[in-house]
Design a protein around this ligand. Structure first.
Ligand code: BGC
Length: 759
C-alpha cells in the first residue's frame, strides 16, 4: 500500500498534473469500499467502511456487499443504546476505541454515525439512530465524531438529510416545511458539523421537497458549506446518485461505490461539452485529495487492547439500559438463588440490528452466560426464536415448561423483537412484542413470586398491553457484544441503571401525530405534523405515553433545588455561539445508594407568536452522586439553541418575551421551574397595508399615529392590553380594509403610515 506522499499544499500542483479522466475517476470508488488510487502520481486509495457502532471491514473480498462476512471488531451498543446513556464522555471514549480499531484494520473513514431523527418508532433503522430529539442526537453524535477523528480517522455523518424511514428510501420525496426541516431534521447535522467538524458527510437516498439529496445545491452547498462552514467532503450513500453531473455541480464530491466508470465518463463528457466547468470539477477533486492527504495512513501495527474494548463495551451496555419500572424495589435482585432465566433471547443474544451496520464481534457473552458466571441459574427458553436452538419447537410446550420452572421464584424474562422485525431496508408495521412473548409473560407472572422483564429491541415497543404483569422492566436496546454482561451487572446491582429514554415509548403508535403521514403514498411522504414528533407531538395533544422521553429510574432518588436563571440581552450582533441563558441549580442524591442523575433543561415559550411545542430539550447534564451528596449544576444555552427558525428572515432568531425554564427528570416529570424574560429584537413582521389593526397596535412606535387615524375606532382599541369589547371584532381587520370600508385611516394616511413604520 502506498504511504501518503502529499499534503494539502500539494493539491494545486496535483490538480495541474491530473488528466481530465484521472480527475473524474477520483470522484467515484474503485470498488465497494475504496476510493480510486492514481499510482502515477502516488495518490493512494482510501478505505471506507461501516460503521457506526463497530468496524465492519469485509474480510474476503472488497468486491461487493457481504454484510455477514467481516473481520472481528468490537461491537459497541447501537446508537439507540448510546443515546440512552446521555453520556458525552462515554460516547467520546467509544469514539476513540472505534478510531483505534479502524487504524489497526487499515480503515480510513468510518461510515457513521447516523444522526437521522426518529420521526416514528416504525423506522426499521432506528436502532442505528440516536433520538427523536435533535439536541440529544446532535450532541452525542458530535462526541462520537470527535473521539473517532482524534484518532486520525475520518467519519461520515449520515444520511444527510431527512432519511427517516426505510420504506421507498431510494425514491421517496419528503415534503417538509422550512422551519421543521431546520429545527428538527437538519439540526443534528448542523450541531455535529459546527461543533465537531467531521471529515465527511454521506448524503441520503431520498428527495427533499423534490430534489435528490445527492444533487441538491441548497442542501449541499448553501446550507452545509455557506451557512455551517463545512469544509469536508460529501459522499453519496451507496448508489444514491441520480444525475451525477448535477451532483458535482450541487456540491456532491464522491460517488460510492464504483459505477464502473459510467458516471466518471458522464462527468468528463460534461466538462468537454462545457456543461460543467473545470473549476467546479476541481473543487470536488480537491476535496477528495484533501481527504486522502488528511486521512490516509498506513495501518497501525499496535493491536488494540481488545480486552479493554470489550470491557468498555460492557460498561457502555450497562449505561445504555433504561430502567422503565421498578415496583417495590424489585431490582437490584437480592441474590440469584431463587432466580430462573426465561426467554430464548437470554441465550441467543440480540445485540445489534440487521443491514450494513452488522459487526462481527470479537466476543459475545449472552445474558445467560453472564449470569451463570455468577451463579448456576436455571434456564427455560419459553418461546420459539428463529435461528436458535428452539427453531422448530412448540411455543406452548416451551411456555408450559417455563411457567412450571417459574413457580414461586423470581422470573427474569428476556423478551424482545426477533431480528427480522428490525432492519435497514424496511420498516416495521407495528410496535408490538411477539404474541408468544406476551403470553409467556402473562403465564409466568401468574405463578412467579416476582417478574422482571428485560427487553432486547432496537426501537420502542409498546409496553402498555403487558407492563402491569411485570414488577420491573429494564430496556436493554441492542447493547452490542457487552449486552449480556451489562444486563447481569444491573440485575445484581453491581452497577446502577443510569440510562434515560432518548425516544418516547408511546401507549400505541397511533398516538403519534407523524403516523397520520407515514409512510406516504405515490412516492411522497408529507411531514404534516411539522415540529410535533415524539414528545413534542404528544404534549401538544395532551396525550400521555407509557414512558416519556427522558425517563429512566435508578436505584436511588434525587431532589432538585436553588434554581437560578440569568438571561443576557440578545442583540443583532450577538454570535450564534454566544450564551444567552445560564441556568444553575443543585442536585442532591436523596436515596441510600450511589446513582447517576441526568437533569434535563426544557424551555417553553408561553406567549409565543409562533407555533411552539410545550417544551423542548435545550440542555442536559449527567452526574454521579453518593448518597446524601449535593452538587451544583450549570447549563448554558447559546443563541442558536434558544432560537427558532424565522421563516420571514430565513435565519435563527430568539423571540423576545417570557421563557419557561424547567428542570426535569424527564420531559413529563418537571422538578424545578422559573420564568425568565428574554430581551431581543422584535420578530414582528414588517407593517404593511395588509397588517391587521392588532398588528399595528402591537407596535408601540406606530400605534399612536394609527390610533389617531382610526378616529373613534382607535379610541375603543386604546389602553395597554385593555380593549373595549366592542372593538374586539375589529382587531383582525387588515388596515387596508378599514380604509376601504370606513375611510379611517384614509388611503393617503395609510400610505404614509406604511412608509414611516413599515419594513
Ligand atoms: C447504507 C449506508 C451504508 C452504506 C454502505 C447503505 O445501504 O444506507 O448507511 O453506510 O450502505 O454499506
Amino acid at each position: 500500500m502506498l504511504e501518503v506522499v502529499f499534503d494539502d499544499d500539494a493539491i494545486p500542483q496535483l490538480l495541474d498534473r491530473l488528466t481530465l479522466e484521472e480527475k473524474c475517476s477520483l470522484l467515484s470508488g474503485s470498488d465497494f469500499w475504496h476510493t480510486e488510487p492514481i499510482e502515477r502520481l502516488d495518490i493512494p486509495a482510501l478505505m471506507l467502511t461501516d460503521g457506526p457502532h463497530g468496524v465492519r471491514k469485509q474480510s474476503q473480498t472488497s468486491e461487493d456487499l457481504d454484510v455477514g462476512n467481516a473481520m472481528p471488531a468490537t461491537c459497541f451498543p447501537t446508537a439507540a443504546g448510546l443515546a440512552s446513556t446521555w453520556d458525552r464522555d462515554l460516547v467520546a471514549e467509544i469514539g476513540h476505541a472505534l478510531g483505534w480499531e479502524c487504524r489497526v484494520l487499515g480503515v480510513h473513514v468510518l461510515l457513521g454515525p447516523g444522526v437521522n431523527i426518529k420521526r416514528t418508532p416504525l423506522c426499521g433503522r432506528n436502532f442505528e439512530y440516536f433520538s427523536e430529539d435533535p439536541l440529544l442526537a446532535g450532541e452525542l453524535a458530535a462526541c462520537l465524531v470527535r473521539g473517532i477523528e482524534a484518532e486520525g480517522i475520518g467519519t461520515s455523518v449520515k444520511h444527510f438529510a431527512a432519511n427517516n424511514q426505510e420504506t421507498d428510501r431510494m425514491r421517496i420525496n419528503v415534503e417538509v416545511d422550512e422551519r421543521t426541516l431546520r429545527e428538527i431534521y437538519l439540526a443534528p447535522f448542523e450541531r455535529v458539523v459546527t461543533t465537531a467538524n467531521p471529515a465527511t458527510l454521506m448524503c441520503s437516498y431520498n428527495r427533499i421537497n423534490g430534489a435528490y439529496s445527492s444533487e441538491n445545491p441548497w442542501l449541499l452547498t448553501r446550507v452545509l458549506r455557506d451557512e455551517w462552514g463545512f469544509d469536508g467532503l460529501v459522499m453519496t450513500d451507496w448508489g444514491a446518485v441520480n444525475d451525477r453531473v448535477a451532483g458535482v455541480r450541487g456540491g456532491l464530491d464522491l460517488e460510492m461505490p464504483s459505477s464502473q466508470g459510467l458516471n466518471d465518463h458522464r462527468v468528463a463528457e460534461a466538462v468537454r461539452r462545457g456543461d460543467l466547468s473545470e473549476d467546479t470539477l476541481d473543487r470536488a477533486v480537491a476535496r477528495v485529495l484533501r481527504l486522502v492527504a488528511r486521512h490516509h495512513q498506513p495501518s497501525d501495527g499496535n493491536t488494540p487492547d481488545l480486552d479493554a474494548h470489550h470491557d468498555l463495551a460492557c460498561r457502555a451496555a450497562a449505561a445504555s439500559a433504561v430502567l422503565l419500572k421498578n415496583d417495590q424495589e424489585t431490582l437490584p435482585l437480592s441474590g440469584l438463588d431463587d432466580v430462573v432465566i426465561i426467554g430464548e433471547l437470554a441465550r441467543t443474544s440480540r445485540y445489534q440490528g440487521a443491514g450494513s451496520s452488522r459487526v462481527n464481534p470479537t466476543r459475545l457473552v449472552s445474558i445467560l452466560e453472564a449470569l451463570r458466571e455468577r451463579a448456576a441459574v436455571p434456564f427455560e427458553p419459553g418461546y420459539v426464536l428463529a435461528d436458535s436452538p428452539t427453531a422448530g419447537s412448540d411455543d406452548e410446550v416451551l411456555r408450559r415448561a417455563a411457567a412450571t420452572a417459574a413457580r414461586g421464584r423470581t422470573a427474569v424474562l428476556v423478551l424482545g423483537l426477533p431480528s427480522a422485525d428490525e432492519s435497514e431496508g424496511y420498516d416495521r408495521n407495528h410496535i408490538d412484542l411477539p404474541a408468544s412473548h406476551v403470553r409467556l409473560l402473562r403465564e409466568v407472572s401468574e405463578v412467579a413470586e416476582r417478574t422482571v422483564v428485560l427487553l432486547a429491541n432496537g426501537s420502542a415497543v409498546a409496553t402498555a398491553p403487558w407492563q402491569h404483569a411485570a414488577d420491573a422492566i429494564l430496556e436493554l436496546w441492542l447493547g452490542g457484544q457487552g449486552g449480556g454482561e451489562g444486563a447481569a451487572r444491573l440485575l445484581t446491582g453491581e452497577v446502577s441503571p443510569s440510562g434515560r429514554l432518548a425516544e418516547t415509548i408511546p401507549l400505541r403508535v397511533e398516538q403519534l401525530p407523524a403516523q397520520l403521514n407515514f409512510p406516504g403514498e405515490n412516492g411522497v411522504v408529507r411531514y404534516g405534523e411539522g415540529l410535533f414528533i415524539g414528545y413534542r407531538g404528544l404534549q401538544a395533544l395532551g396525550a400521555h405515553p407509557s414512558f416519556p422521553f427522558g425517563h429512566g429510574l435508578t436505584y436511588t432518588s434525587f431532589s432538585y433545588s436553588d434554581l437560578v436563571v440569568e438571561a443576557a440581552e440578545v442583540t443583532p450582533e450577538l454570535p450564534l455561539t454566544a450564551p444567552v441563558l445560564r441556568v444553575t441549580f443543585t442536585v442532591t442524591n436523596s436515596g441510600d445508594r450511589h446513582g447517576v442523575a441526568v437533569p434535563q433543561l426544557y424551555l417553553g415559550h408561553p406567549t409565543s407568536a409562533f407555533t411552539r411545542p410545550v417544551r423542548e430539550l435545550r440542555g442536559f447534564s449527567r452526574l454521579g452522586l453518593e448518597p446524601g451528596k449535593s452538587e451544583p449544576v450549570t447549563i448554558t444555552v447559546d443563541r442558536r439553541t434558544m432560537s427558532l427558525w424565522h421563516t420571514l428572515s430565513h435565519s435563527w432568531q430568539v423571540e423576545p418575551g417570557p421563557v419557561t425554564v424547567e428542570i426535569g427528570e424527564s420531559s413529563a416529570d418537571i422538578r424545578l421551574s422559573a420564568t425568565a424574560t428574554i430581551t431581543a429584537p422584535s420578530l414582528r413582521p414588517p407593517l404593511t397595508h395588509w397588517s391587521t389593526l392588532r398588528e399595528w397596535r402591537a407596535d408601540p412606535m406606530a400605534w399612536p399615529t394609527m390610533r389617531e387615524a382610526l378616529g373613534e375606532f382607535g379610541k375603543l382599541m386604546d389602553g395597554p392590553g385593555e380593549i373595549n369589547p366592542e372593538a374586539f371584532f375589529l382587531l383582525d381587520l387588515p388596515a387596508c380594509k378599514a380604509t376601504l370600508m370606513f375611510n379611517q385611516p384614509t388611503a393617503t394616511q395609510l400610505d404614509d403610515l406604511v412608509a414611516r413604520f413599515g419594513a
